[in-house]
Design a protein around this ligand. Structure first.
Ligand code: PAF
Length: 279
């Protein structure tokens, strides 16, 4: 497995692979890799000849009071995980490789990013679309794989790729959950053992909402109220519970079974967690 830090070397690697007619898949990550990321690498291997994993904790997607400094960094362990899962290259640039000191260009999606996480994290998606565009320009993937846990992020990236005529296919892969149902996330590292068990109530609340819909209730307010009540306890503070269109992640006024999703974000103690379920 090749470990590449410079954008120039990464571009050269991509050019050579393409010249040999090979298809490249990119799995963009911020490191602290877990089973969810490994499932994306496994999916990428099914889709392309060469799998590149990028590991870059992207400063522009963190707000001023967010967890950029304490975000888990464990490069050695991550490299081992990538190698074990058969990645061909890991691209791990420094911040100054990606953002020149006077960089002044950003990529902004202006509709989907106004909702859900975009409301409480105003510049978050601007940072995501910008860094993903930069990574696409450097790695030149034919396909990029993202996790469904970040369903709004996937919808925004798909919209960006469509709007900007980018030549990359966006594939999403299912949420991976721990034995209690908690969606696996790098931020779960902030939770202690008991908190992890408690945070499983987020998935239980989503399942309760789905059960209500499966039972025939299409009343959004009832579904949202049930999810909010099920998720709330002394440890949690709901940031949002929304019923959205499954493809666009835009909030809807009507539940359309088979085409909708319930998305939630909660503070669980000091940790911000998101999850969703298709309904
Ligand atoms: O989902 C993530 O880990 C990040 O938002 C991404 C896509 C790697 C961009 O920094």
């Amino acid at each position: 497995m090749k470990i590449i830090t410079s954008p120039k070397e990464m571009k050269d690697f991509a050019h050579s692979a393409k010249a040999e007619g090979r298809k490249i898949a990119l799995v963009p990550t911020m490191g602290a890799l877990h089973e969810g990321h490994f499932s994306l690498i496994d999916r990428a291997k099914e889709l392309a000849d060469i799998v590149v994993v990028s590991i870059f904790v992207n400063p522009t997607q963190f707000g001023p009071n967010e967890d950029f400094d304490k975000y888990p960094r464990q490069l050695e362990e991550d490299l081992k995980g990538c190698a074990d899962h058969g990645a061909d290259a890991v691209f791990t640039p420094s911040t100054s490789d990606i953002y020149l000191p006077d960089a002044s260009t950003f990529v902004v999606e202006e509709e989907i990013s106004q909702h859900l996480c975009g409301k409480s994290r105003p510049k978050h998606f601007r940072g995501v679309t910008t860094v993903v565009s930069i990574l696409f320009n450097i790695v030149q993937p034919d396909v990029a794989v993202f996790g469904d846990k970040d369903a709004q992020q996937v919808a925004i990236i798909k919209r960006m790729v469509r709007d900007l005529f980018m030549d990359v296919e966006i594939v999403s892969a299912p949420i991976v959950r721990d034995e209690n149902g908690l969606a696996i996330s790098s931020r779960n590292k902030y939770l202690d053992k008991l908190e992890r068990i408690g945070a499983a109530r987020i998935h239980e609340a989503l399942l309760a909402g789905k059960k209500l819909v499966d039972g025939g209730s299409l009343n959004i307010d009832r579904v949202k109220a049930l999810v909010i009540n099920s998720v709330t306890n002394a440890k949690t503070r709901v940031i949002y519970v929304e019923v959205v269109d499954r493809e666009t992640s835009l909030p809807v006024n009507e539940i359309v079974p088979g085409k909708s999703r319930i998305s939630v974000a909660v503070w669980f103690g000091q940790t911000r967690l998101i999850d969703n379920i298709e309904i």
